[in-house]
Design a protein around this ligand. Structure first.
Ligand SMILES: Nc1ncnc2c1ncn2[C@@H]1O[C@H](COP(=O)(O)OP(=O)(O)OP(=O)(O)O)[C@@H](O)[C@H]1O
Length: 294
């Protein structure tokens, strides 16, 4: 579904340049439900905005299904956004209208795109567990319920790809579990490919594959040891142990053999711009530069 190779995004303002993505590689299979994690400023939102067609990449390649998002024309980009992707934001207030009901909020984007399908709008609200609340005005719903309305809205155009930026950022744990359950259902029953960007390791721990971004590059991949396991109880324990309670961590090696060594490893060994590397037949060993080490 998604292939990014050597993806670069540079933000330019007056005399300042920020390289937000530095040649990022990422593959997401059709029908996958995966998460992207990373520290603040690592480039997660930049990537999501590019995948959602809200921002243009500077260089490299990015394909979503048949679309080439580097070369796509403005007209096709509008079509792509309308037909292929759905977006969920942490701050749903910017999508929703407080003086309309949940149902009217779902129908609004349908109206804007020219075809209101009330039966489908109702079905979507039922999907997110708001069947009983669909005629309530938005301001009568809790934050978590409003977030579920936002999820229903993101599905209005029957997207093949759903992009969620911190979807559980401002809701409690119970709502976060509920939202994750909705994602899993959408993924398994409708086959929607879902990419979640999150800081929330508990949420990330619930998907089979998590990709970590560091400094605008994919650095580590976490794969669930038992992909069929859907965490039920004992999740507090899982949170304590972080992702590696149920996931195995792998360092990402790109096509030309580059990988990122965590900064803390480098500073622990006082490695700056050079290192020595040996291969002992089984392991590759990186040490401070031998001839310079003294
Ligand atoms: N419009 C912009 N103009 C200039 N720089 C930007 C712009 N948007 C993002 N950046 C910079 O690009 C880098 C990556 O930002 P991005 O928002 O993608 O990070 P993030 O991982 O999503 O962070 P957070 O978790 O805090 O949202 C940061 O250094 C940020 O300051």
């Amino acid at each position: 579904m998604i292939t990014c190779e050597g993806l670069v995004k540079i933000y330019k303002s007056d005399d300042l340049e920020v390289v937000a993505l530095q040649g990022l590689n990422l593959k997401v299979e059709d029908g996958e439900l995966m998460a992207i994690i990373g520290n603040s400023g690592s480039g997660k939102s930049t990537l999501l905005n590019i995948l959602g067609g809200l921002d243009r990449p500077s260089a490299g390649s990015v394909h979503v299904g048949p679309w080439d998002l580097l070369k796509i024309s403005e007209d096709d980009l509008v079509k792509y956004k309308r037909e292929t992707v759905g977006f969920i934001w942490q701050n749903n207030a910017r999508n929703l209208l407080p003086y309309l009901t949940a149902l009217e909020n779902v129908e609004m984007p349908m109206m804007l795109s020219g075809k209101v399908d009330r039966a489908y709008a109702k079905q979507l609200l039922e999907w997110v567990g708001l069947k009983e609340r669909m005629h309530n005005k938005l301001h009568q719903l809790s934050g978590g319920e409003q977030q579920r309305v936002a999820i229903a809205i993101s599905l209005c155009n029957r997207p093949k790809l759903l992009l969620a930026d911190e979807p559980t950022g401002s809701v409690d744990t119970a709502t976060s579990d509920l939202i994750m359950g909705i994602f899993r259902k959408l993924n398994q029953e409708l086959g929607v490919t879902i990419v979640i960007v999150t800081h929330d390791l508990t949420l990330a721990g619930k998907v089979d594959r998590v990709v970590a971004i560091r400094d605008g590059l994919t650095s580590t991949e976490f794969l669930k040891r038992n992909p069929n396991m859907i965490p039920g109880g004992g999740e507090e324990q899982q949170e304590e142990k972080g992702l590696q309670a149920v996931h195995e961590a792998y360092v990402v090696v790109d096509r030309v053999g580059r990988l990122q060594v965590p900064k803390e490893y480098l500073s622990a060994l006082n490695i700056k711009d050079k290192a020595s590397m040996e291969f002992d037949g089984e392991r590759i060993i990186i040490t401070p530069p031998k001839s310079l080490g003294g």
